[in-house]
Design a protein around this ligand. Sequence first.
Ligand code: DC
Length: 223
Amino acid sequence: MKHQPLLLITIDGPAGAGKTTVSKMLARKLRYEYLDTGALYRAVAWVVRKAEIAPEDHQGIGQICELLQLKFEAGRLVANGKDITDRIRSPEITMMASAVSALPVVRKALLDIQRKIGKDLGLVAEGRDIGTVVFPHADQKFFLNATVRQRARRRFAQYGKNGNQTLEEIEADILRRDKNDSSRDIAPLEPADDAVLIDSTEMTPQKVVDFMMSTISNLGIVC
Ligand code: DC
């Protein structure tokens, strides 16, 4: 069998663009590891909230980050020895993750953790600054986007029935997060210069993955 190169692939983009679904599908297809970096920011938000530290207390959040131990174990996120996978998706933690992610101390702590996880190639990593800051030398970078209405619809379909937010509320939260994430001073949400841009508004996840596979076939992967 032909030797396949092990690649580092980054998928950045705003909330609801389809990054998680597509990254997992792509990682499965390539038999690569998958890294959800948003979960790490959510973990910081969860620990900060649990410790009852105010979001304005940057020094307190810095101390939390210094001591924070984060790892993925069989797809579960473990923070300071506790499995928090099912506790980090609430609207409150979601907004708080966006807020704490603007703090330099948080980004610095998570940068090391992400690079450690990504040191072995054969990885699909998703987030906001993966192609620009975390892995600027990635083999292939994608930036996935869609209209805000479509992104809100997807979130609503995902959480809507069991969640307690209307489509309009979800859309308003997404717009606020887009603004926070793209206007912060460090590592704002933006495509890397060498990222391939994909608008997934009218595309199924499978269509997006097929397009990505055809793009990375240029790197020597046999699709
Ligand atoms: O992808 P997500 O919705 O789980 O991310 C939650 C928040 O974390 C997002 O609003 C901004 C922040 N984040 C970030 O700043 N950089 C990343 N690489 C990933 C997420």
